[in-house]
Structures are given as structure tokens and as C-alpha cells.
Write a protein that binds this ligand. Structure first.
Ligand code: ADP
Ligand code: ASP
Ligand code: MG
Length: 405
């Protein structure tokens, strides 16, 4: 008998029929003898709808209240899934994140889990119930309701799997696994049977939203086996595994795209020690995550510093830069939210020369201009115009031999 955590994303619980299908699958899993903990997302695009509603109601959205609002979405799903289980004679009980003992810091809308105290979930399992837990939420050390950031139900599932010592954490979604590119962008993308944690981290960090980045980090740290699969076909999907010596590393295994970031340029900055430190301290103090950074030294000892941030942080980043502009002696601050990023990921890149050249040649042959570049040992990212991102992904997918036959 195994303990399985099954997480169902928004599309998987998108309407009454989908919820009944989920309940059928949970019932089947139970009938097979396994214990199940279910984690659910809000139905369909309900979280987006709630955010729009908040925008309509008020120009300011106090983060504490926004969190309180958004957690309602997952509460609806958990109660409905539990009811559908009751109709199948599967005993279950629903739990909010707080009831499930998910303790977070106080950073509303992107809280981090500090501690797991899943006593009530363990008791429910001991009593033979299927606990159904609302994803994406917890309770802070100040006893306020928090959310874990967009896509955060993945984190809930992995954290529960780790805390309960589950044998596997299954992430059910609307595609059959992790693909060599977003199948919505590249119709010829292929499903990958296995992906290493290293590669999955890079895929998740650069736009492959099938798993939230923090859930992959958490799973790796706590050795939680992850299985991404479809709640429409129920066929085996993609396993995220530790890399082992027997794995043949593909030079490039996936191409990702991301248009969620914007670029900020602080121009005409004196080329002196401490300037970058001052600038990025101002951003860090406002909890703004900076992604790619490029600095060029031009003529007359002046330099330009460009970096990317999430579009949702753009206003705050512009404010921070404008505030320190005079202190660091910068000439100007400009922003550009019409950029996108295309990335190739592959563990085999480490030992294959020529990958960078082929990437740049492919982009240039197709008239796509590269504006920024960043690399890790198993990833190369290029910033290009937003309207060329989809093209770039498809051309790179072909150039690196990833297209399905
Ligand atoms: P859920 O609501 O189930 O959490 P998400 O929308 O968060 O689902 O993630 C699934 C989506 O991720 C897919 O519909 C797909 O369009 C997108 N996606 C992006 N990159 C990839 C990839 N490399 N492999 C699979 N899906 C991907
Ligand atoms: N419902 C939340 C969101 O849309 C969390 C999730 O689905 O994982 O971001
Ligand atoms: Mg998701």
C-alpha cells in the first residue's frame, strides 16, 4: 500500500463533469489499495476572475485582503471534490491550508512555507478518510491567511508529500506531461518520459509553467518523486528524477518561452565600484526579484545597466530606480515591457561545443534580433521582441532536432 498525493490543477476541476471525473479517479486509486491525499486548485480561471473583480472594485488591493479573496477559489473546489467523493462512497473531508497546518511567513501574495504541521491530515488518513486540501494557501506566523504565489498549488502538493513521507506526488494537469516545448506554442513538441531535477528547474524558471519553480526546488530538496500527468487521459506522464549515470543526456531537451517579464534600463551611470550594489539593494529592499542583468561600459566612463523583472513588479522597479537615480548619478531610467525570452535547456550542453553558435545562427537566419543573453551550465536564454518569441521557439525546436516525427 502506497501513500499518493494527487494534485489537480484548474482545468482538471474546471466544471462539474471534471470534478466527477476526478472523484472517479480518486475512488479508483483507493480501490486499488492506496491511501490518497488530494490537493486542488481553484476551478478553471477562477483566480484570474477574482483578481479582475478586485481591480474593478478598488484601485488599491491590500495584500492581506487580496489573499483572503483568492483563497476562496480553492475552498470551493475542495468542498465540491469532497462531495463528489461522498457520492462514490469514498469517505473524505476537506481542509483549508490553515487547517492542513501549512505555516508561512507574512509575505502576502507570495508567502513561503516555514513549517508543515499536517496533524489533522495524518489523523484523517488514520481514520481511513481521503483528505482534500485547498492548494495555494497557508496561514502566517501572524495568523493571517496567505497565498503562495501564482501556480502555488503545486507547492502545497509537494510540501504535503514531503511532510507525510508520500511515495509519489502526482501533478494532474491538462497536458500529458512535460514536453520539449509548450505544446500550445509548438504543435510538434514531444512528451519527455523523464526529466532530471536540474533540467526541470531551468524549464520551470524560464517559462515552462507546467510546474511552479518552487515546487520543483522543494521536491528536489526533500527527495519527493514527481509524476506530471493528464487528468483527461490518465496515461503515464513524465517523471522528474535525480540524474543518474545511466541517463543519456540530451544536448537540448526543451525550449521554453516567457513573456511575463519586462526590461528596465538605467542609463548613463558612472562606472564606479558600489553603483550596481546601491541600485540592486534598492530593488531588494522592495522585495523585487531581478532576473537577467546586463551591464555595458561605453565611452567616457559611463555605463548602462539593464535588467529584467516580472511585469507585475515593473512599476515598483521603476519607482525604485527613479528614487536612487540622482544618488547614483544616472542620466535616465527607461522601461520596455514588449520583450520576451526564449531559452534552450539541456544537461548535455555541458559537454557539447557549438550549442550557443547554433542558437544564435538560428535566430539570426530568421531575422530575430537578440537583445540580452544569459547562460547557466545547462541553459542559454535570449531576450528578443515579444512578438518574435513564438517564432523563435519553433525555429529552435526544429534546429535542435526536437520536432516529433
Ligand atoms: P494547472 O492548472 O494544471 O496547474 P498550468 O496551466 O499551470 O496547469 O500548466 C499546464 C500548462 O503548462 C499546459 O497547458 C501547457 O500549455 C503549459 N506548458 C508550458 N510549457 C510546457 C512544457 N514544456 N510542457 C508541458 N506543458 C507546458
Ligand atoms: N489557483 C491558483 C492560481 O491560479 C493556484 C494554482 O492554480 O496553483 O495561481
Ligand atoms: Mg499550474
Amino acid at each position: 500500500m502506497a501513500l499518493v498525493v494527487q494534485k489537480y490543477g484548474g482545468t482538471s476541476v474546471g466544471d462539474a463533469e471534471r470534478i466527477r471525473a476526478v472523484a472517479d479517479h480518486v475512488a479508483r486509486t483507493r480501490a486499488g489499495g492506496d491511501d490518497v491525499v488530494v490537493v486542488v486548485s481553484a476551478m478553471g480561471k477562477f483566480t484570474d476572475d477574482l483578481i479582475r473583480l478586485a481591480d474593478d472594485v478598488s484601485p488599491t488591493r491590500p495584500p492581506r485582503e487580496l489573499d483572503m479573496l483568492l483563497t476562496a477559489g480553492e475552498r470551493i473546489s475542495m468542498a465540491l471534490v469532497s462531495m463528489a467523493l461522498a457520492a462514490r462512497d469514498v469517505e473524505s473531508a476537506s481542509f483549508t491550508g490553515s487547517q492542513a497546518g501549512i505555516i508561512t511567513d507574512t509575505d502576502h501574495t507570495r508567502a513561503k512555507i516555514l513549517e508543515m504541521r499536517p496533524d489533522r491530515i495524518r489523523e484523517a488518513l488514520d481514520d481511513g478518510l481521503v483528505p482534500v486540501v485547498a492548494g495555494f494557501q497557508g496561514v502566517s506566523t501572524d495568523r493571517d491567511i496567505t497565498t503562495l504565489g501564482r501556480g502555488g498549488s503545486d507547492v502545497t502538493a509537494v510540501a504535503l508529500a514531503a511532510a507525510l513521507g508520500a511515495d509519489v506526488c502526482e501533478i494532474y494537469t491538462d497536458v500529458t506531461g512535460v514536453f520539449s516545448a509548450d505544446p500550445r506554442v509548438v504543435p510538434k513538441a514531444r512528451r519527455l518520459a523523464k526529466v532530471s531535477f536540474d533540467e526541470m528547474l531551468e524549464i520551470a524558471a524560464t517559462g515552462g509553467r507546467v510546474l511552479m519553480l518552487r515546487s520543483v526546488e522543494f521536491a528536489r530538496r526533500h527527495h519527493v518523486p514527481l509524476h506530471v500527468r493528464s487528468s483527461f487521459t490518465w496515461e503515464p506522464g513524465t517523471w522528474i528524477v535525480e540524474e543518474d549515470a545511466t541517463m543519456e543526456d540530451a544536448v537540448v531537451s526543451a525550449v521554453t518561452d516567457d513573456t511575463s517579464e519586462a526590461k528596465v534600463t538605467v542609463g548613463g551611470v558612472p562606472d564606479r565600484p558600489g553603483i550596481a550594489a546601491h541600485l540592486f539593494r534598492a530593488l531588494a529592499d522592495r522585495s523585487i526579484n531581478v532576473d537577467m542583468i546586463v551591464q555595458n561600459t561605453g565611452a567616457n566612463g559611463l555605463t548602462d545597466i539593464s535588467f529584467t523583472v516580472a511585469k507585475t513588479d515593473l512599476d515598483a522597479a521603476r519607482d525604485a530606480c527613479t528614487t536612487v537615480k540622482d544618488e547614483i548619478g544616472a542620466a535616465e531610467v527607461s522601461t520596455d515591457d514588449d520583450i520576451g525570452r526564449v531559452t534552450i535547456v539541456g544537461a548535455g550542453m555541458k559537454s557539447s561545443p557549438g550549442v550557443t553558435a547554433l542558437m544564435f545562427e538560428t535566430l539570426s537566419t530568421n531575422g530575430i534580433n537578440i537583445e540580452m543573453i544569459s547562460t547557466s551550465s545547462i541553459r542559454i536564454s535570449c531576450v528578443v521582441r515579444a512578438d518574435r518569441v513564438a517564432d523563435a521557439v519553433r525555429h529552435l525546436h526544429t534546429a535542435f532536432g526536437l520536432d516529433a516525427a
